[in-house]
Ligand binder design. Structure first.
Ligand code: ITT
Length: 195
């Protein structure tokens, strides 16, 4: 039987990526479906802090067990930027094209293009918090390639591949991605706990 899991996100791309990893064991439900229509705050200085803030906020609003993820792109030559500021790197909104342009501008002339995506998931279950992390290492290319995925995907080539995340199917991206890895740890935890 499919179990329901509340996921604290407003990002439809994330929702479908995470649902694909969960398969049909769990069905994700959105904050909106639980009557939470306002933007969930994420004002902390770290990915861990933001993931935790989002899940606690939603739990306080709904009293339903839930999880949130926060993700950042950490670029070596930029001292780990944009990191926790990945969504609002170039503008105050989630402008993926502007973020990508700024990233390329800030990396212009730099030979070190190493970068990684890092996802932190915070699960609130029975009032207790559990954190799960997923990381994928790779590099930033010189211009956008591909139209799948979202965010910085057209600029990121994971190690071991010669194509960007935006050239991959959702399954292929999930098999190596930061979020795929973190969600599989979450699923392992949920399965083991049910044994
Ligand atoms: P929610 O907080 O509503 O879940 P969000 O888009 O704000 O959605 P994050 O704060 O976790 O999500 O992510 C910050 C930014 O990092 C996001 O806006 C994208 O630009 C980028 N990002 C996150 N995951 C990504 C991925 O898998 N591929 C490419 N870029 C990603």
């Amino acid at each position: 039987m499919t179990k329901k899991l509340l996921f604290a996100t407003n990002n439809a791309h994330k929702l479908s990526e995470v649902q694909a990893v969960l398969g049909d064991t769990y069905t994700l439900i959105t904050p909106r479906a639980c009557g939470v229509t306002e933007e969930i705050p994420e004002t902390q200085p770290t990915l861990e802090g933001n993931a935790s803030q989002k899940s606690h906020y939603l739990y306080t609003r709904t009293q339903i067990d839930c999880f949130a993820d926060d993700t950042g792109l950490e670029v070596e030559a930029l001292g780990g930027a944009p990191g926790v500021h990945s969504a609002r790197y170039a503008t105050n909104g989630h402008d993926f094209a502007a973020n990508n342009r700024l990233l390329l501008k800030n990396l212009a002339g730099k030979t070190n293009r190493r970068a990684r995506f890092r996802t932190v998931i915070s699960l609130i279950e029975g009032g207790e918090e559990h954190l799960f992390e997923g990381i994928v290492e790779g590099h930033i290319i010189e211009q956008e390639i591909g139209s799948e995925g979202f965010g910085y995907d057209p600029l990121f080539v994971p190690d071991g591949f010669d194509k960007t995340f935006a050239e991959m199917t959702a399954d292929e991206k999930n098999s190596v991605s930061h979020r795929g890895r973190a969600v599989r740890k979450l699923v392992d935890y949920l399965h083991n706990r049910e044994k």
